[in-house]
Ligand binder design. Sequence first.
Ligand SMILES: *[C@@H]1O[C@H](CO)[C@@H](O)[C@H](O)[C@H]1NC(C)=O
Length: 294
Amino acid sequence: MSTSISLLIPPILALSCCSLLLLFPPISAADFNREFDLTWGQGRAHILDNGQLLTLTLDRTSGSGFQSKNHYLFGKLDMQLKLVPGNSAGTVTAYFLKSGGAAWDEIDYEFLGNLSGQPYTLHTNVFTNGKGDREQQFRLWFDPTADFHTYSILWNPNTIVFSVDGNPIREFKNLEAAGVPFPKSRPMRLYSSLWNADDWATRGGLVKTDWSNAPFAASYRDFRAGEVCVWRGGETSTFCTPPAATSGWLNQRLDSMSQQKLRWVQTHYMIYNYCTDTKRFPQGPPTECNTAAH
Ligand SMILES: *[C@@H]1O[C@H](CO)[C@@H](O)[C@H](O)[C@H]1NC(C)=O
C-alpha cells in the first residue's frame, strides 16, 4: 500500500512533534470487549486476555460468531486470525463486512478448512445490491493454522482491496462509470463466524467434518480499526478517525508496487477466478472483469 503517514503530514504540522502526536495517535490494537458483541453460539465464543484475544468454537451442536458494535461507511480494517488447526475439513471461518437490507453489500473472506496437511482455501467475494457471484479463491503461501496472520480490508470510495500480511490479493475497483455497482452508501458491520459447512466446503462436500476432533477453534487478535468512518445512525452522519480530510486511506489507490504484488499473488496463488470461468459466463465475463486488471 502506498500510504505513508509522513506523506500526509502538512508541512507546518511536521515542525511540531506534539500536535502531530495528537493528530495521528498510533493506531493500536482495539479491545474486543469495546468493539464487538458475541452474537452467536451461547458460550462458544470467548473474549480473553483483557480484550486482546477472541476465540470462536464449533461443536456438533453449534458454531459461534461475533459482530462489530459499529457500522462502518468506509474503513481500513486489519485483524489477525489463526485458523482451526489439524483436521479442519468441513469447517468454514467467515470474516466479512455486510450491510443490512434486501439489496445488501458485502465484502467476504471465507476460510475453507481441510484434512490435516491439506491446504486451506481462501475464498473471497464482493456483493453489491444483494448480488455476489464474484468469487475468487486462493491458496495461502503459509500455514494459516500455525500462527496469526493479518487479513485486511481497505474499503474507500475508489476501491476495495483485500490484503494478506500486507500483500494485496484482490482488488474490486469502483467502476460505476462503466455501470458496475459499487458499495458506497450502505454502512456495514464487521462479522465473523465459525460454522459447519461440510455439505460444500471441502472438496465440494466430499470430505465431511470429523466431530471426534471437536471442538474446533479459531482465534483473533490485534484488531485495528484506527482508520474508519463510523456511521452514527443518521442518513449522513458519519464520523471518521482520523478526520477524513487529513487521512490518506480514504483516497488511497493501489500504487504500482502494490499492483505488482497483487499480480504476483494472483499468478502464483489464485486457484479460481469467476472472471475466467467461461462455463459459467458463456456470454462473456461480467463488466468489471474486462476493465483493468483484477
Ligand atoms: C483440500 O485439499 C485438496 C487436496 O489437496 C484440494 O483439492 C482442495 O482444494 C483443498 N481445499 C478445500 C477447501 O477443499
